[in-house]
Design a binder for this molecule. Structure first.
Ligand code: SF4
Ligand code: F3S
Length: 112
Protein backbone atom coordinates (compact mmCIF):
# COMPACT_ATOMS: atom_id res chain seq x y z
CA UNK A 1 0.00 0.00 0.00
CA UNK A 2 0.92 3.66 -0.04
CA UNK A 3 -0.35 6.97 1.18
CA UNK A 4 -1.31 9.58 -1.41
CA UNK A 5 -2.05 13.29 -1.53
CA UNK A 6 -5.61 14.07 -2.67
CA UNK A 7 -7.66 17.01 -3.96
CA UNK A 8 -7.71 19.23 -0.90
CA UNK A 9 -3.96 19.90 -1.00
CA UNK A 10 -4.46 21.82 -4.24
CA UNK A 11 -4.30 25.55 -3.65
CA UNK A 12 -3.35 25.09 0.04
CA UNK A 13 0.05 23.35 0.12
CA UNK A 14 0.61 23.67 3.86
CA UNK A 15 3.75 21.46 3.62
CA UNK A 16 3.62 20.28 7.29
CA UNK A 17 3.71 16.79 5.79
CA UNK A 18 7.20 16.97 4.30
CA UNK A 19 9.01 17.52 7.57
CA UNK A 20 7.91 14.24 9.10
CA UNK A 21 8.48 11.92 6.13
CA UNK A 22 11.43 9.62 6.94
CA UNK A 23 12.17 8.85 3.30
CA UNK A 24 11.60 12.29 1.66
CA UNK A 25 9.10 11.04 -0.88
CA UNK A 26 7.05 14.22 -1.33
CA UNK A 27 7.30 16.09 -4.63
CA UNK A 28 6.32 19.70 -5.23
CA UNK A 29 4.12 21.20 -7.90
CA UNK A 30 3.23 24.85 -8.24
CA UNK A 31 0.09 24.52 -6.11
CA UNK A 32 0.07 20.95 -4.72
CA UNK A 33 2.30 18.13 -3.50
CA UNK A 34 2.26 14.43 -4.32
CA UNK A 35 3.77 11.30 -2.74
CA UNK A 36 5.79 8.84 -4.82
CA UNK A 37 3.80 5.61 -4.32
CA UNK A 38 6.85 3.40 -4.86
CA UNK A 39 8.99 5.28 -2.34
CA UNK A 40 6.43 5.68 0.46
CA UNK A 41 7.05 3.10 3.21
CA UNK A 42 3.49 3.38 4.55
CA UNK A 43 4.53 4.64 7.97
CA UNK A 44 1.46 6.88 8.17
CA UNK A 45 3.08 9.68 10.18
CA UNK A 46 2.29 12.35 7.57
CA UNK A 47 -1.47 11.74 7.54
CA UNK A 48 -2.34 13.50 10.83
CA UNK A 49 0.09 16.36 10.10
CA UNK A 50 -1.92 17.74 7.16
CA UNK A 51 -4.21 20.61 8.28
CA UNK A 52 -6.30 20.07 5.14
CA UNK A 53 -6.74 16.33 5.75
CA UNK A 54 -5.51 15.73 2.19
CA UNK A 55 -3.35 12.64 2.82
CA UNK A 56 -5.14 9.30 2.56
CA UNK A 57 -4.13 5.62 2.53
CA UNK A 58 -4.79 3.90 -0.79
CA UNK A 59 -6.79 1.27 1.07
CA UNK A 60 -9.74 3.69 1.16
CA UNK A 61 -12.34 3.38 -1.64
CA UNK A 62 -11.78 4.98 -5.06
CA UNK A 63 -8.11 5.79 -4.52
CA UNK A 64 -6.84 4.33 -7.84
CA UNK A 65 -7.16 7.70 -9.55
CA UNK A 66 -5.12 9.38 -6.86
CA UNK A 67 -2.39 6.73 -6.86
CA UNK A 68 -1.98 7.27 -10.62
CA UNK A 69 -2.03 11.04 -10.13
CA UNK A 70 0.64 10.89 -7.39
CA UNK A 71 2.83 8.57 -9.47
CA UNK A 72 2.58 10.74 -12.58
CA UNK A 73 3.54 13.99 -10.94
CA UNK A 74 6.15 12.57 -8.56
CA UNK A 75 8.12 11.64 -11.66
CA UNK A 76 7.83 15.17 -13.08
CA UNK A 77 8.25 17.42 -10.05
CA UNK A 78 11.24 18.06 -7.70
CA UNK A 79 11.50 16.52 -4.25
CA UNK A 80 10.53 18.73 -1.29
CA UNK A 81 11.76 18.06 2.25
CA UNK A 82 11.61 21.52 3.89
CA UNK A 83 8.43 23.12 5.22
CA UNK A 84 7.48 26.40 3.50
CA UNK A 85 4.77 29.01 4.01
CA UNK A 86 1.34 27.80 2.81
CA UNK A 87 -0.06 29.32 -0.38
CA UNK A 88 -1.61 32.76 0.25
CA UNK A 89 -5.19 31.53 -0.25
CA UNK A 90 -4.71 28.30 1.72
CA UNK A 91 -7.39 29.01 4.32
CA UNK A 92 -9.89 30.13 1.70
CA UNK A 93 -9.23 27.12 -0.55
CA UNK A 94 -9.35 24.56 2.27
CA UNK A 95 -12.49 22.49 1.69
CA UNK A 96 -13.26 23.79 -1.79
CA UNK A 97 -14.42 20.92 -4.02
CA UNK A 98 -13.38 20.05 -7.55
CA UNK A 99 -10.01 21.80 -7.36
CA UNK A 100 -8.37 19.22 -9.61
CA UNK A 101 -10.57 20.39 -12.49
CA UNK A 102 -10.43 24.10 -11.76
CA UNK A 103 -7.21 25.43 -10.26
CA UNK A 104 -4.71 22.55 -10.38
CA UNK A 105 -1.39 23.48 -12.03
CA UNK A 106 0.82 20.88 -13.72
CA UNK A 107 3.81 23.21 -13.39
CA UNK A 108 6.59 22.08 -11.06
CA UNK A 109 7.32 23.82 -7.78
CA UNK A 110 10.76 24.85 -6.57
CA UNK A 111 11.41 21.82 -4.38
CA UNK A 112 14.08 21.72 -1.71
FE1 SF4 B 1 6.38 9.58 3.97
FE2 SF4 B 1 5.36 7.86 5.77
FE3 SF4 B 1 3.79 9.69 4.63
FE4 SF4 B 1 4.70 7.65 3.19
S1 SF4 B 1 3.28 7.51 4.94
S2 SF4 B 1 4.66 9.80 2.56
S3 SF4 B 1 6.74 7.34 4.07
S4 SF4 B 1 5.52 10.07 6.01
FE1 F3S C 1 -0.68 19.42 1.03
FE2 F3S C 1 -1.40 18.79 3.46
FE3 F3S C 1 1.08 18.48 2.78
S1 F3S C 1 -2.12 20.54 2.28
S2 F3S C 1 1.39 20.11 1.32
S3 F3S C 1 -0.64 17.39 1.91
S4 F3S C 1 0.34 19.24 4.72
Amino acid sequence: MTYVVTDNCIGCKYTDCVEVCPVDCFYEGENALVIHPDECIDCGVCEPECPADAIRPDTEPDMEKWVAFNLKYSELWPVIYTKKDPLPDAEKRDGETGKLDTIFSEAPGEGG
